[in-house]
Design a protein around this ligand. Structure first.
Ligand code: ATP
Ligand code: MG
Length: 566
């Protein structure tokens, strides 16, 4: 490819909205261009990378025995009513209607569509197991689209759905996908960790997420180096730390003027935050009720655990507003569980405490020397967010914490969709049995940006060979110089067909051209300069930035080898 024909659109400065390196670099290198918030267009270089990622995914999915199809993005409401999700999915679902006022959505995911398809196509258990996948654009009206391709409102996903006769079959299909995902992310060069993930109301340990490790990741992971346990914080559990109970002292109401937060209270009363408890009121819109949640003062509520405990839905759970809190005869900043006229959910760590401080449901007052069981009770369960230092639930050693970008998730759905949607096979007894399903997603566009997040330096992107838009670029210092031009053309011609190569034939300063290719992140650069007449080039490695002077044949040989090694 000749650079003059490539629609290269590098930028000196990144647009304002870009906050993280990978987003800045994708925009600056001209891989993508923003349309509106959370919606991007792929330019030629970015599209080449996207296709390479897709192809690696496709090769491994095909090798696993999965079959590729392509469903419509436009999905009829009726399917979502059948599964029960039309009313549950919340504002993320992009809904629309046609000229006849028939309602549709733009698919955020395709469980309904695939379940309906297989219900129509497969009747006999002879066709099972079956794993069907597609690579397709998804739509989610995210509350906070941000970080470029990381959280888009329109994005590319590979989604697969497996159909088995029974749970044993599902477990096998799931394991095949687990292994396939590991191969895919390894081939893509990502540093990743597989973690246990929340399964919502399906329960069990039936989901894993694949996390690209990165400080800018929106997911938090806790992990144990000793035994290998690793989980998304949404899912993570920990052994409660048992403390010796103190003798219960008489409860006491204390004046705490304007002391609302845990920091304020603990410093005002001179008690450790670990000897306080905080009470949050939530509005559960699914069950239409207000509930109180009590966790230790230094802890955060894990809303996913709360949703599971309440059998609610994360899109339909919000912190209560001041008026709602007042309807419980309490007041913001001084809420406590004692005599509160609503259900109280208590984190299991709180019942280990003795003589702690808690809000008194009265402006400027708290209680001291509170003890669970004597002063209040509630539904006790695990509701806290785990952090570094908490004890591993398996082996009891202190855990570490890191951040990750969720690039993929696999999930045992069991019969969650096949049962209500009647996706059945007929067994030996002639009975209709719902298929055991799994679903498996990879965020293709998010993966692309995650690679940039892990592979970049001050000069720009450093693509791994497996996904680089081109393997090499030939840069003549001055393309108008006859000798440089003829050597560049000669090398270009000899590489074509074997190496994905660009010839930078632009009439521009060499410094400008070098900067462009370093920003774009092409792994190898062949520079034709002063010694062109002798057949010598400078050969530059983008990753190490090392340059060596080599005869053209040697540069070509190294390149061919590098391509062979992908
Ligand atoms: P998240 O928790 O990040 O919102 P999710 O768990 O809702 O993601 P899934 O339904 O599991 O996402 O979708 C499968 C994959 O699609 C995810 O693992 C992720 O890589 C990708 N993905 C999900 N939402 C987005 C988005 N808004 N933009 C880009 N990729 C996304
Ligand atoms: Mg997910």
């Amino acid at each position: 490819m000749k650079a003059s024909k490539m629609l290269i659109s590098t930028l000196k400065e990144a647009p304002q909205e870009a906050k993280i390196d990978s987003h800045i670099l994708l925009l600056r290198s001209g891989m993508v261009k923003a349309q509106v918030a959370g919606v991007y267009q792929f330019l030629p270089l970015g599209l080449r990378v996207l296709h390479k990622i897709e192809n690696i995914i496709r090769e491994e999915m095909d090798a696993s025995g999965a079959i590729e199809i392509l469903c419509s993005a436009l999905q009829p409401k009726e399917l979502w009513v059948e599964s029960g999700r039309w009313s549950k999915y919340g504002p993320e679902l992009m809904r629309l209607s046609d000229r006849h006022e028939r309602e549709f959505c733009l698919g955020p995911t395709h469980e309904e569509v695939f379940t309906a398809l297989i219900r129509d196509l497969v009747k006999s258990s002879k066709n099972l197991p079956l794993n069907v996948y597609q690579i397709q654009t998804k739509y989610r009206d995210e509350r906070r689209p941000r970080f470029g391709l990381m959280r888009g409102r329109e994005f590319l996903m590979k989604d697969a759905y497996s159909f088995d006769k029974d749970e044993e079959g599902l477990n096998q299909s799931y394991q095949i996908m687990y292994d396939t995902y590991s191969k895919i992310f390894t081939r893509l060069g990502l540093h990743y960790q597989v973690v246990l993930a929340d399964t919502g109301n399906i329960g069990g340990n039936g989901s894993h997420q694949f996390m690209a490790l990165s400080d800018v990741g929106e997911s938090e992971i806790v992990y144990c180096d000793a035994c290998g346990y690793a989980a998304d914080v949404e899912k993570a559990t920990a052994k409660p730390i048992s403390v010796e109970k103190e003798k219960a002292l008489p409860i006491e109401k204390v004046h705490t003027p304007n002391q609302r937060t845990i920091e304020e209270i603990s410093s005002y009363l001179n008690v450790d935050a670990k000897k306080t408890a905080k009470t949050l009121i939530y509005h559960d819109y699914v069950n239409e009720k207000l509930v109180a949640v009590v966790v230790r003062g230094d802890r955060e509520v894990n809303e996913i655990k709360l949703v599971n405990a309440l059998n609610s839905n994360e899109n339909f759970l919000e912190l209560a507003n001041d008026t709602e809190i007042e309807s419980l005869h309490s007041i913001h900043g001084f809420v406590g569980p004692i005599d509160l006229p609503c259900e109280v959910y208590v984190d299991e760590e709180v019942i280990e405490l003795s003589n702690f401080v808690i809000g008194a449901n009265e402006k400027d007052y708290h209680y001291k020397n509170v003890n669970y069981g004597r002063d209040f009770t509630g539904v006790v369960c695990d509701l806290r967010k785990n952090v570094a230092g908490d004890l591993c639930p398996i082996c009891g050693k202190p855990m570490g914490q890191e951040r990750g970008i969720e690039v993929g998730q696999i999930f045992k759905l069991q019969t969650k969709y096949s049962e209500p949607m009647n996706c059945c096979y007929v067994n030996e007894l002639g009975k209709n049995v719902p298929m055991a399903m799994g679903c498996y997603g990879i965020g293709v566009s998010r993966t692309l940006q995650s690679i940039v997040e892990q592979y970049h330096d001050e000069a720009g992107i450093v693509w791994p060979m497996a996904v680089a838009p081109y393997h090499a670029v030939i840069v003549p210092i001055n393309y108008n110089d006859i000798e440089q031009q003829s050597l560049s053309d000669e090398i270009y011609q000899s590489l074509l067909g074997q190496v994905e190569v660009v010839l930078d034939d632009r009439n521009a300063k060499p410094g400008f051209k070098f900067k462009d290719w370093e920003l774009i992140g092409i792994p190898y650069m062949i520079i034709c300069g002063k010694r062109s007449k002798e057949g010598f080039v400078e050969f530059k490695n983008r990753r190490t930035m090392e340059k060596q002077e080599l005869p053209k044949e040697e540069a070509i040989r190294i390149l061919l080898q590098a391509v062979k090694n992908i």
